[in-house]
Design a protein around this ligand. Structure first.
Ligand SMILES: C[S@@+](CC[C@H](N)C(=O)[O-])C[C@H]1O[C@@H](n2cnc3c(N)ncnc32)[C@H](O)[C@@H]1O
Length: 259
């Protein structure tokens, strides 16, 4: 996978997702941790893999998490995360490693998270296995891995071939047109983003990024985790821990434990 995928996108990422409720998602992550791990948030170590601009980490910090780290394949995302951390006087360690190279991150962690379906960016079986093994190695014994992923049943049935998103703040506006194609044999989607960025009336930038994603089916995901040594403690629709999974829920969250 080319790191260029998110390099241009990084500058506009926080504007594109300005309405995504990271606070609510962090509260959900906190709830899952409290249910499945005994250490308090002020004591445990947490690593966010594919952390993007670090927004879950900032919200977790506000919830009292004190030992936070993040890593992402895209240096441009990490640069934004570091800058935001500095501005907010947050002590968070950031690394520029991919999932596949995550074994280079120093130390062990009580909790590893990976949010917003980031694991769907790992497209080959070899890389998926390597990633889950890396995460297993990065965890303390008994530590937990919390993440969410796109469910293949929903992707195949419900994906939108074309979508348009428009976001604005006081200074800028971004318009993104996404075109998605799907390869049912390879379990692969290709999303082409065409973006226009404006400041005032002036068009400042125009760019295209092509993102390649793999969608997982339930047993495939459970098997991958099992092969890597994990025990699945919990799976539910994303943000709805009490609800039974519907076969067509788009986004599934998992808590898996290193045994
Ligand atoms: C949809 S964004 C999610 C970012 C962040 N977790 C969030 O919730 O805002 C996907 C992220 O995965 C990262 N990514 C894609 N492929 C990766 C890989 N192989 N290893 C690590 N990060 C990767 C991208 O750079 C991007 O920051």
């Amino acid at each position: 996978m080319s790191t260029r995928q998110f390099d241009t996108y990084a500058r506009f990422y926080n504007l594109l997702y300005k309405d995504k409720n990271y606070k609510k998602e962090a509260a959900y992550i906190h709830q899952l941790i409290s249910q499945h791990y005994s250490k308090k948030q002020s004591e445990l170590t947490l690593l966010d893999l594919a952390c993007g601009t670090g927004r879950h980490l900032f919200e977790l910090s506000a919830l009292g998490y004190a030992h936070l780290s993040g890593s992402d394949i895209a240096k441009a995302m990490i640069d934004v995360a570091r800058e935001n951390a500095q501005q907010a006087s947050k002590q968070i360690d950031f690394y520029n490693y991919s999932f596949q190279e995550a074994h280079n991150i120093p130390g062990k962690f009580d909790v590893v998270i990976s949010m917003f379906s980031a694991v769907n960016y790992i497209t080959s079986f070899e890389d998926q296995l390597q990633t889950f093994k890396n995460i297993y190695q990065l965890l303390e014994k008994g530590g937990i891995f919390i993440f969410d992923y796109w469910n293949g049943n929903a992707v195949v049935r419900d994906y939108s071939p074309v979508k348009v998103l428009r976001k604005q703040d006081d200074q800028a506006e971004i318009i993104r047109i996404s075109k998605t194609s799907i390869d049912l044999v390879k379990q692969a989607t290709t999303v082409t983003f065409n973006c226009l960025y404006f400041e005032g009336q002036q068009r400042i930038d125009e760019f295209e990024e092509v993102h390649h994603l793999h969608y997982y089916f339930f047993s495939e995901m459970n098997n991958l985790l099992k092969i890597a040594g994990f025990n699945v403690l919990h799976q539910s629709p994303f943000l709805e821990p009490e609800r039974t999974i519907d076969p067509y829920d788009w986004n599934i969250s998992i808590v898996a434990q290193k045994v």
